[in-house]
Design a protein around this ligand. Structure first.
Ligand code: ATP
Ligand code: MN
Length: 471
């Protein structure tokens, strides 16, 4: 039985015989010794293997190269030089697979280069750290909701509903070329579902129906949006966490969002110290520690967000603040803030977070015209009980609301937004309607924040963006 490198580095006892399996990261050879560093993905660290060249056949020696896979047995010894407590004195090595012309060298490659060979990225320190952190966050999400009595709900991937009413849909069809009706519209009657279907943009509507019986539910799955935003914050396929809670109002919803984000941060800080430390150092060496935004080093930033209460501001207050903000007056925003009613752009969100409040900000009560139809109308008749949580570096990380539980308001909003075909959804309001709230947390954007990576393509294994679907 072979051991995981993580276990050997943490708990291995000196002088015990062990076997490891992994990939060579680096090799150094001189007349007396061969040094190999081996990684098996179980942790950030490599284990150092020390062997006498005489124990390795000549032709094998030349095949030990970065990227090759090996099995090494030997005994653990207290390490002399290296950072680790133990290393492995090997007495037997088997080559599983060699790696001639392996594109990754034992040096830091640019993230752009690594995006051209995504299937190999998993073998680098940076992506090992990112994906172990992504895993830890995913696990902690289930933990958080499970402990609070939420039911994990699997909402459909193929749906007939457009939850946002905003287009951006990927159509699902089994037809080669769907025929057209005489009036030019597409005839779906011969299609698999006999109607128009698409990949889900959000599980929310289904989650609302479930919350009407289960009380508190959450979804955690992929969402698909054909938005042509080629930004560092958008993917065509991303992962979203959507809690939906019966009887919660907007304040409860904000409190749940803040508790979730802080729980996740705390969890990663405790469970992934080596990964975070690696990414922290990586950022320090890649950026001027104090660039013009005064960005904190990664670990400080995470700790800071964990400890600060989130700021809260209404949309109306935010617009007034932004109108008066120096970058707006000096024309430094790409999208000038002209007045009430406009949507906030990422640069405005980041100004609020990074320059004004210097901590996460929850913006509430947006104009109803720029938000989805299901959000609860406020008494002013102009705004809705919406909440966006904005994070440093990332901008919007959560979008949510208290839902419109009054059927006549909901029907009016649906008519206004030309949303049809949601009769089943109206039943949630026809039968025992209640106040309720929920939100969507973009997992990928949260991983972006936690890892300090700058492009959302670098926190998901195989990113899908306009024009790009490698692998
Ligand atoms: P944005 O304005 O940034 O496009 P949105 O208003 O469309 O976001 P919501 O519909 O509220 O976002 O979705 C909830 C959350 O899902 C967002 O706060 C964000 O974290 C995430 N999200 C939305 N669209 C994407 C996307 N294309 N790629 C990655 N994450 C996304
Ligand atoms: Mn969007």
């Amino acid at each position: 039985m072979h051991s995981k490198i993580k276990e050997l580095l943490q708990f291995g006892t000196v002088d015990t015989p062990v076997e490891i399996k992994g990939w060579i990261r680096t090799k150094r050879i001189n007349k007396q010794v061969v040094f190999l560093t081996i990684n098996d993905g179980s942790c950030q660290q490599n284990i150092q293997v020390v062997m006498a060249p005489s124990e390795l056949p000549k032709e094998l020696l030349s095949q030990l190269m970065t990227g090759a896979s090996v099995v090494v047995s030997g005994r653990l010894v207290a390490s002399q030089g290296s950072k680790q407590a133990v290393e492995l004195y090997g007495n037997h090595l088997t080559l599983l697979g060699n790696a001639p012309d392996y594109p990754l060298q034992p040096k830091a490659h640019s993230l752009e280069f690594l995006r051209t060979c995504m299937h190999l990225r998993f073998r680098t320190n940076t992506f090992g750290a990112v994906f172990r952190i992504r895993h830890a966050i995913s696990y902690a999400i289930h933990h958080f909701f499970h402990e609070r009595g939420f039911c994990y709900l699997h909402t459909p991937i193929i749906t007939a509903a457009d939850a946002e009413g905003a287009g951006e849909l990927f159509r699902v069809t089994s037809l080669d070329i769907p025929p057209k009706n005489p009036d030019g519209t597409i005839d779906f009657s011969g299609d698999f579902f006999h109607k128009s279907t698409n990949l889900t943009v959000s599980g929310q509507l289904a989650a609302e129906a479930a919350a009407m019986g289960l009380g508190a539910v959450y979804t955690f799955g992929p969402a698909f949006r054909a938005e042509n935003s080629n930004t560092t914050r958008h993917l065509a396929e991303f992962w979203m966490v959507e809690p939906e809670v019966a009887f919660n109002n907007l304040d409860d919803n904000i409190a749940l969002a803040e508790a979730l984000l802080k729980f996740l941060l705390d969890y990663v800080l405790k469970k992934c110290p080596e990964e975070l430390d690696f990414l922290h150092q990586r950022l320090l060496s890649h950026t001027n520690a104090q660039d013009e935004t005064g960005t904190m080093p990664l670990l400080e930033r995470l700790q800071f967000v964990l400890e600060q209460p989130f700021a809260r501001i209404t949309y109306t207050e935010a617009i007034a603040l932004l109108m008066d903000a120096p970058p707006n007056k000096q024309g430094r925003f790409v999208y000038p803030v002209t007045g009430w009613g406009m949507d906030l752009q990422s640069e405005h969100e980041r100004y609020l977070v990074e320059h004004h409040f210097k901590r996460p900000v929850v913006v509430t009560d947006y104009p109803k015209a720029i938000k989805a139809f299901y959000m609860r109308q406020n008494d002013d008749g102009k705004t809705v009980a919406a909440m966006d949580v904005l994070f440093p570096g990332v901008g919007e990380i959560i979008g949510g609301s208290q839902r419109e539980e009054r059927i006549e308001y909901l029907q009016a909003a649906m008519q206004h937004n030309q949303i049809e075909d949601l009769n089943w959804y109206l039943d949630t309001r026809r039968f025992g309607t209640i106040p309720h709230s929920g939100f969507g947390l973009g997992l990928d954007r949260f991983v972006l924040f936690v890892t300090g990576m700058e492009n959302i393509r670098d926190v998901i294994p195989f990113p899908r963006t306009p024009g790009h679907v490698a692998c």
